[in-house]
Design a protein. Structure first.
Length: 231
């Protein structure tokens, strides 16, 4: 189920606000649980099984912790458990929805969708460059770790020679970061990404049946949220 980025964007905004505010989850507990695990369900449809099981695991722990929280009132464990449950059940769902939306969208589709949403070029271009930059750094960081592993420089040996491990990890990364920033900027110019100029796109992204269903679900959540706040 490939969703359009516009659908993911709307879900990120609505889910983030509704879950963080918490009034809907308090009045409708089962709907609240659904909203918490909703990003992981979408990830499962996109074959991100690792993200689904990890998210489900941490969410179950948070729900159990919230259930047994009254038994630990007044001590340090209660404070830690309250903080953990608050982060997992209130903050993380919106963050994970945004993470899912970005990581499962091609850059051409993202730029095309933002253009269709009438975002100005001075916002679209920095976003495009930024995400290409982070993706390139992620790949370079993976290559650096593989090279360090071949030379026996792993976290297991960190305390034997910490200075060497830090040097071999961060010095190449800093050098690559500077070079990658220049390359990404040049790539953006080569693709014709300039403020105020029209450009073609190879993206064929469009709203499909599932997109309309999820957009209607977002509208339902928005109406329900306003109703709960006014009542």
């Amino acid at each position: 189920m490939k969703l359009d980025f516009r659908t993911k964007f709307i879900l990120t905004i609505v889910l983030g606000i509704v879950v963080v505010e918490g009034s809907v989850s308090q009045k409708y507990p089962f709907l609240g649980i659904l909203l918490v695990v909703f990003p992981y369900i979408l990830a499962l449809f996109d074959r991100e099984k690792s993200l689904f099981f990890k998210g489900l695991f941490y969410t179950v722990i948070a729900l159990l912790g919230q259930k047994f929280l009254p038994h630990f009132q007044g001590n340090f464990l209660a404070m830690v458990l309250t903080l953990y449950c608050g982060i997992i059940l209130r903050i993380i769902p919106g963050v994970m929805m945004g993470y899912y939306g970005v990581t499962t969208t091609k850059m051409s589709d993202l730029v095309y969708s933002l253009t269709r949403m009438k975002f100005p070029d001075f916002i679209i271009i920095p976003i495009s460059v930024m995400f290409r930059f982070f993706y390139s750094i992620k790949e370079d960081y993976k290559v650096i770790n593989e090279a360090m592993y071949m030379h026996g420089l792993t976290l297991k040996n960190f305390f034997k020679n910490p200075a060497r491990i830090i040097e071999y990890k961060f010095v190449p990364l800093l050098m690559i970061t500077s070079q990658t920033a220049d390359n990404v900027s040049i790539s953006a110019m080569t693709r014709g990404m300039r403020v105020g100029e029209e450009r073609s796109s190879i993206s064929n992204a469009s709203l499909k049946f599932y997109d309309y269903i999820l957009i209607l679900f977002s509208l339902f959540l928005t109406i329900l949220f306003i109703k709960v706040k006014l009542c």
